[in-house]
Write a protein that binds this ligand. Sequence first.
Ligand code: C5P
Length: 235
Amino acid sequence: MDKKELLYEGKAKKVFSTENPDYCIVSYKDDATAFNGEKKGTIIGKGVVNNRMSNFMFKLLEEKGIPTDFVEELNDRDTVLKKVEIVPLEVIVRNKAAGSLSKRLGLPEGTPMKTPVLEFCYKDDALGDPMVNEYHILAAGFATKEEIDIISKYALKINEIMIDFFKECKVDLIDFKIEFGRYKGQILLADEISPDTCRFWDMDTQEKLDKDRFRRDLGGVEEAYAEMMKRIGLA
Ligand code: C5P
């Protein structure tokens, strides 16, 4: 399958049309942004890590009953996906306090949550992706009640599968963000699961192995992405 027209260029990916109108090809870049595009940089090799790790995770989740948009990995950076209509929500699941939740609730980073926390943000860069609840989502028409229920159920199941998987890799899954798409009347997991979109802490040392190293200028960014590839057995 070949890349045809460039359909969209985002912060970290390009999306191309293909000869099959049901499919598209995503191409992962090394460009990194944080704080809604205010901070920009490059993480060498990030596109390869995110493409391969995301495809690996999507295949694992498919096996466990989560429908996804994954079709076929073409090479280190390019993957064929089902062409979905993205539900305009960032779905965040948290197991320990970190980042914006720590700030908002005044909880020290690493505080365990008594139950997983599920959050929705409206995907809109100009508004800074504001947090919304089910009432906002229904009132604004971002998704239907049935879609919210399916998305919530999948997000919590994905969390359980990922906690177990990363435990075996000696990695603590602190939190993550996922997105969903509509495809022929079905809700599919879409976008990516990678160190850009998850917080991964080494289980023994609590060392950060994710994009927080870039966001917070901690150094060792490329090394952290490479370490995650090793932990999941892809390097
Ligand atoms: O910044 P915050 O603490 O709300 O992030 C929660 C989780 O969602 C983190 O794992 C972060 O990497 C991810 N996230 C993301 N894209 C965003 C916002 C958050 O992948 N736009």
